[in-house]
Design a protein around this ligand. Structure first.
Ligand code: ATP
Ligand code: MG
Length: 574
């Protein structure tokens, strides 16, 4: 490809809207352009990367025996009603009507459509196991699209769905997919970790996320330094403390804490450590007979944080989690949200296992501007339930008993789920077993965020000059920069010849023939992140050489013109 005939679309200035490096570089390197919030066009350079990643994904899926299909993005609402998700999926599902008033949704995922295919096309248990996949655009009306394609509204996903007669059989496919995902992300050059994960709105009971490690990642993962344990913080168990609670001291008493709205403010005012102050939050429980929200108090150690996923897994807690409003709290307790506590609270009280070990602690008095000090469980709060409710912290023991937990941020680039029969039962996707009996198929589903994974690669592979593509997915392998070819016949001839030779050798090469200032051309080739950069200039040609630079390390060397093709080929990764 010649730059003179290409849509390079690089930007000199940093776009203001980009908050993370990958987004900034994807715009500057001419990879993507936004057309509406969370909706992007992939320009030619981006498309070249995207095609390579799709190819890797396709190869690895095909290796598992999965079969490629293409399902529509537009999905009938009735299918979603059958699975029970039409309403439950919430505002991320983009719903619309056609001219005949038929209701549809834009597919955010394809469990419903694929289960419908399976129930119509798969008749016998003998056809199983079977796995169907596609690489296709999804639409999710994300509340906060951000970081470019990292959290878009329309984005490319590889989604696969497996069908089997048993849970054991599905576990085999699950493991194959898990292994295939590891190969995909390795081939993309990502540093990643598979972690235990929550199943969220997809449902099911066993799941792993593939997390690309990056500071900008929106997920937090907890990993042990003494074993392979790694989990999304949403799932990571905070091990119950092994020590006993200290014995209660003197009776509790009231202390003034004017204008203290947070644990820290109260702790400061009371000259106590935050871990001696109880954090009391109020969330919605079940609705009462009048359809009104019941209120449930959650108590945590003051310096720890609530794990919302753990909370919604407790029966009787509203899912998704809803914090009670100030009005509801005021009406129920008579106090401001900053002065809440379990003593005398007339609702259900859930206490975290670490908070359960607190004694002689301070907590809100359910009276605005006051706390109680020297409060103790049982003695002062007779009725409460104890659960694991907090997020793990750096230094907590690993739940598998081996090592200590550490936290890192991750970008979720893929997820595999054991679905079970949730969809096949709801939508009656059955096969006949050997006795002629109808049994629901056992399903798994497996997603890769293709466009997000590309952003994750850039997060991990860039420097202040631009992107440093892993060679496998680089838009071009080699860049040729010709210095003033209009002024030197020799430069032009050598560049043209090398360009032709590389193309004939099947190497993807971008030939910068723009006759721009050298600095401008180098900057562009480095910004785009082409792994091998060749410079052809009159001066070095006098010595019979051309210049070579490895983008990744910026190492420079010279190559004899006569043997240029072979030397360059030798430098390419196989
Ligand atoms: P998240 O928690 O980040 O919203 P998710 O768990 O809802 O993602 P899945 O349903 O597991 O997403 O979808 C499979 C994959 O699709 C994810 O692992 C992720 O890589 C990608 N993905 C999900 N939502 C988006 C999005 N808004 N933009 C880009 N990629 C996305
Ligand atoms: Mg997910």
């Amino acid at each position: 490809m010649r730059t003179s005939q290409y849509l390079l679309s690089t930007l000199k200035e940093d776009p203001k809207e980009a908050a993370v490096e990958s987004h900034r570089l994807m715009l500057r390197a001419g990879i993507i352009r936004q057309i509406a919030s969370g909706i992007y066009t992939w320009l030619p350079t981006g498309m070249r990367v995207l095609s390579k990643v799709n190819q890797i994904v396709r190869e690895e899926m095909d290796k598992t025996g999965a079969l490629e299909i293409a399902m529509p993005m537009v999905q009938p609402a009735d299918l979603w009603r059958e699975s029970g998700r039409y309403v439950k999926y919430g505002p991320e599902l983009c719903r619309f009507k056609d001219r005949k008033q038929n209701e549809f949704a834009l597919g955010p995922t394809h469990e419903e459509v694929v289960t419908d295919i399976a129930r119509r096309e798969i008749k016998s248990a003998r056809q199983l196991p079977m796995c169907l996949y596609q690489i296709q655009n999804k639409f999710r009306d994300e509340i906060r699209p951000r970081f470019g394609v990292m959290r878009g509204r329309e984005f490319l996903m590889k989604d696969a769905y497996s069908f089997d007669t048993s849970v054991e059989g599905t576990m085999v496919t699950y493991q194959k997919m898990y292994d295939a995902y590891s190969r995909v992300f390795t081939r993309m050059g990502l540093e990643f970790r598979p972690v235990e994960a929550d199943t969220g709105s997809i449902g099911g009971n066993h799941s792993h996320e593939f997390q690309a490690l990056a500071d900008v990642g929106e997920d937090t993962i907890a990993w042990s330094d003494g074993s392979n344990y790694a989990a999304n913080i949403e799932m990571a168990e905070a091990v119950a403390p092994s020590y006993d609670r200290e014995a209660p001291g003197e009776a509790y008493s009231e202390a003034e804490t004017p204008k203290c709205h947070t644990v820290d403010e109260a702790a400061n005012y009371l000259h106590m450590d935050a871990n001696k102050v109880l954090k009391s939050l109020i969330v919605h429980g079940e609705k009462d007979e009048n359809g009104k929200n019941t209120l449930v108090m959650i108590c945590l150690c003051g310096n720890q944080t609530l794990n919302e996923v753990k909370a919604v897994h407790i029966p009787g807690i509203a899912d998704p989690l809803e914090m009670a409003t100030e009005e509801e709290i005021g009406e129920f307790t008579g106090a401001h949200t900053g002065s809440l506590g379990p003593v005398g609270f007339k609702g259900r009280i859930l206490v975290d296992r670490t908070a359960d070990k607190m004694s002689n602690f301070a907590c809100g008095a359910n009276k605005t501007g006051y706390h109680l000090i020297n409060v103790n469980w049982d003695r002062d709060v007779p009725n409460y339930e104890v659960f694991d409710l907090r997020n793990v912290e750096e230094g907590d023991p690993s739940p598998d008993g081996k090592g200590t937990l550490h936290l890192r941020n991750g970008i979720e680039v893929g997820q595999v789920f054991m679905l079970g029969t949730k969809y096949s039962e709801a939508m009656k996707a059955t096969v006949k077993d050997e006795n002629g009996k109808d049994i629901p198929m056992v399903m798994g589903c497996y997603g890769i965020g293709v466009t997000r994974a590309i952003a994750a690669v850039i997060e991990q592979h860039h420097d202040d000059r631009g992107i440093i593509w892993p060679e496998n997915i680089a838009p071009f392998k080699v860049a040729i920069v010709a210095i003033k070819p209009t002024k030197s016949e020799q430069v032009k001839a050598v560049a043209e010849k090398l360009y032709e030779d590389l193309q004939n050798a099947g190497v993807e090469v971008l030939y910068d023939d723009r006759d721009e200032r050298p600095g401008v051309m180098f900057a562009d080739m480095e910004l785009i992140g082409i792994p091998h950069i060749i410079t052809i200039g009159e001066k070095s040609l006098k010595d019979g050489v051309i210049e070579y630079k490895l983008r990744k390390t910026q190492e420079k060397s010279t190559i004899a013109v006569d043997n240029a093709l072979n030397e360059i080929l030798a430098k390419l990764e196989k």
